[in-house]
Structures are given as C-alpha cells and as structure tokens.
Design a protein around this ligand. Structure first.
Ligand SMILES: Cc1cc2nc3c(=O)[nH]c(=O)nc-3n(C[C@H](O)[C@H](O)[C@H](O)COP(=O)(O)O)c2cc1C
Length: 400
C-alpha cells in the first residue's frame, strides 16, 4: 500500500508536507522551479526586506563549523541577508514564479514601518502570493536583538497584516521567546492562519588568533541538524493548544526528522539547511523516506500519523522514576579504552584484571553505554531482587 503524501496547509492542498523554507535557495523563479521539480509541496520565497541594507549580503557568508565526517554533523554559520530584490522586483519575481510552478508560492516580508507592512503585504497579494509569511525573526535584521517588545510587536504586526489582505497570513516566530505559547496564541487571535516554529538562532563565533568575530564580524544565524530538538519540543507543546496550522522549521535532514515533526502535530515541515548543503534532490529523497515509513506502519495518509506522539509526551508527575536497568559490560567486546571509567562520575565503573567492571551501585544512568564506542556496554533490566538491591552477585560489583 502506497501512502499519500498529500496534506492541507492554510486551506491549500499540497502534494507533500515538505515545504522549502525561505533562503537563497528560494530567491528566484528558477530556483523555485527546482523545488517543484524535486517534489516540494510548496515554497516560501526568500524574504523581501524593507531596509535596503538588508538586501546586500557580504562575502563570504557561509561557514561550516564543528564539521564532522560527510555532511551530517556541522553548524551552518551564515550571514545571508534578505532577498536582493526591492519590493517591485520581488513582486515581479513572485509573479514569474507563480506562472512557472503549480505548487503554492508563499511570499515572505520583513518591514520596519507599520504602513510598509500593510503596503508590502497588499503588493505581494496582488502579485499572486498564495499566502504570506511575516518575518520578524531574521538573525541579521532590525529585530535580531529581540528586545522586550518583540512579542507584542509580532502579535500587533500579524493583526495589521491579517486584516489588510485576504490571503492566509503566517507568523514566523523567533526561537528566543520568553513564552512561545503566549505568542503563538496571540498571533492566532490576531488572525494568523499559521505559525512557523521557529526561525534560526542568532549566535557568534570568535577567532582566537585574531581575537575577532569570524567572517565579517557580526552576529550570525546558526543552525544545523542538531537544532531539531528545540522546535520539536515546541511543536509538541503548541499543536494541542492551537487551532491554526503549524509549519515546523529547524534541523530536518531526513524523512525520519520530518516524520518526527508530523508525529508531534506539524501540518507541514519546512526544510532549508538540508537543501543548501545537499542540493534540491534531498526533497525527493525525504518524500521517498516518508512514503516508505508510512507504508511500513500502514499509514495511508499524513493525517493518520499527524500528532500521534503528542499524547505520549509526559509531564513532570507522569515520568516513571523507578530504577529498572543497570549497565553490563561484555568483556569480549571491551577494548579497555577506559572511556566509560573516566566518564562514570558516580564511580561505579572500576578497573579489574579483565578490564573494567560495574559495581552493584550502578545507578542505571546509561551514560557509559552511550559513550562506549565498541558496543561493549548495554543496559539490562534489573531482576526483582536487584530492584531491592540486596542480591548483587558479588559484593561491590555486578557480574559483567
Ligand atoms: C542561509 C540562510 C538564509 C535564510 N534566509 C531566510 C529568509 O530570508 N527568511 C526567513 O524567514 N528565514 C530564512 N532562513 C531561515 C530558514 O528559512 C529556516 O527557518 C531555518 O534555517 C531553520 O531551518 P533548517 O534547519 O532546515 O535550516 C534562512 C536560513 C539560512 C540557513
């Protein structure tokens, strides 16, 4: 059985829940065309910014920090400003994109003056935008400092724009908010039909030899596949509270990552970094991985799996705190590197003649099994007697 990837977002029918997020990869009609060719459900066009200074990107503007092998582990540190296009050129490119592709094209705008928010929104609506994202969260924009007024400003601007246009309006939230639930509920009340959780983080890296910030010296946006967990938590928390759509954004590298967001209630999943570093082909790969997963679990449609994990997220009182497992070392597999011994701050891993042994005081924390590179440590269930902690096989030590 082949699952349908089709879904609805902002009242629109999409053929895939994968939406390409705004960035240079969605700046022109030609690039938007490539998103469609590779199976994107919709595209959000690179943000059009009112301040002219935001339309000029410095060179270079990309660095991959803390890079591991291949392109799985890295921090994408970048200073790519908004679209090079001013309002008229952006509207023209948007019109061209709408003619070129059949999938929805969502415009994205970032303004500073209230009048401009309204004018730009109406301009993009006239140019044929299927929906509009409000970007008050650009890591290199005027709101990057995230002052204390940002939460109220997001709600106010969303309300202004939503009442000025007929197309659906989506608020893209910054990840650094005091109370994301209050802001998300606020934009819903203000008339947004969707919310993007979240834009990327603003950060900094410093070159210790020159004692100066890297690249051209400013704070920069940073993200990568590691960044999925924070938005995942918030999509899980917000989806039961909101009646509007959630577009998840942050850290998606694979079909599995996208499925995680759908399972916690996202309507669509936006991808950006994955396309930047791998090319547009990653879109069809992610679609194929979602299709395979759905077939394996007998889901016929995206709505069947959406939100299934939400009820399984536990609160403080519900977490099972019983001591149920302990670590066990397989002496045959152990290469005696000592990593587990050094990491065990409980002091319950001790050197012995054969290498290392785990004492009966093992708290079952699981750290050593995670650290062990040779698969010698596993977590095993405690027997009933061990749960009472009276009958360890040897005093001061559990059998390995
Ligand atoms: C180089 C780059 C440029 C971006 N430009 C924009 C932009 O113009 N407007 C916007 O709303 N978000 C922009 N973003 C944020 C992405 O749309 C996305 O929300 C974020 O990168 C998290 O998703 P990811 O982990 O899949 O990259 C940009 C991100 C990157 C890496």
């Amino acid at each position: 059985m082949r699952a349908h990837l089709s879904t609805t977002y902002l009242g629109m029918d999409l053929k895939s829940p994968i939406v390409v997020a705004p960035a240079g990869i969605t700046e022109t009609a030609e690039r938007i065309g490539r998103c469609e060719e590779h199976g994107a459900g919709a595209v959000v066009m690179k943000t059009m910014a009112e301040p002219e200074i935001m339309r000029q990107s410095p060179t270079p503007r990309f660095r991959l920090l803390k890079k591991g092998k291949g392109l799985r582990h890295f921090v994408l540190y970048s200073y790519e400003q908004a679209s090079q296009f001013g309002p008229e050129a952006y509207a023209a490119e948007l019109e061209k994109s709408r003619k070129r592709v059949t999938i929805p094209v969502i415009a994205s705008i970032a303004c500073t003056k209230e009048r401009s928010w309204i004018e730009m929104a109406q301009m993009m609506e006239s140019a044929g935008a299927n929906a509009l994202e409000i970007n008050l969260s650009c890591p290199h924009g005027p709101d990057m400092s995230l002052d204390s007024g940002i939460e109220a400003r997001i709600t106010r601007i969303t309300g202004l724009v939503a009442s000025a246009v007929k197309i659906p309006v989506v608020a893209k939230l910054p990840s650094q908010l005091t109370d994301p639930s209050a802001v998300a509920k606020g934009v819903q009340e203000a008339g947004a039909k969707g919310v993007v959780i979240f834009n990327r983080l603003v950060g900094l890296d410093v070159d210790v030899e020159s004692q100066a910030p890297i690249m051209h010296g400013a704070f920069a946006g940073h993200g990568g596949y590691w960044s999925i967990h924070y938005p995942l938590r918030w999509v899980a928390e917000l989806s039961p509270l909101l009646a509007i759509d959630i577009a998840a954004s942050g850290g998606v590298a694979s079909g599995e990552d996208a499925i995680k967001f759908l399972l916690v209630g996202a309507s669509v999943v936006q991808i950006c970094t994955a396309v930047i570093v791998n090319g547009y082909g990653i879109i069809s790969q992610i679609n194929a991985e979602i299709t395979d997963y759905a077939a394996r679990h007998n889901f016929r449609s995206m709505s069947e799996l959406r939100g299934l994990a939400c009820d399984r997220v536990l609160g403080l009182q519900a977490v099972d705190r019983r001591r149920k497992v302990r670590a066990r070392i397989d002496g045959e597999k152990c290469n005696h590197c000592g990593a587990c011994y050094r990491a065990c701050f409980h002091g319950t891993i001790v050197p012995d003649r054969e290498g290392y042994a785990i004492t009966s005081d093992c708290t079952g924390c699981g750290l050593c099994a995670e650290i062990c590179d040779c698969g010698a440590i596993s977590m095993v269930p405690l027997s009933g007697a061990e749960t009472g902690r009276e009958t360890d096989s040897q005093p001061g030590r559990l059998g390995n």
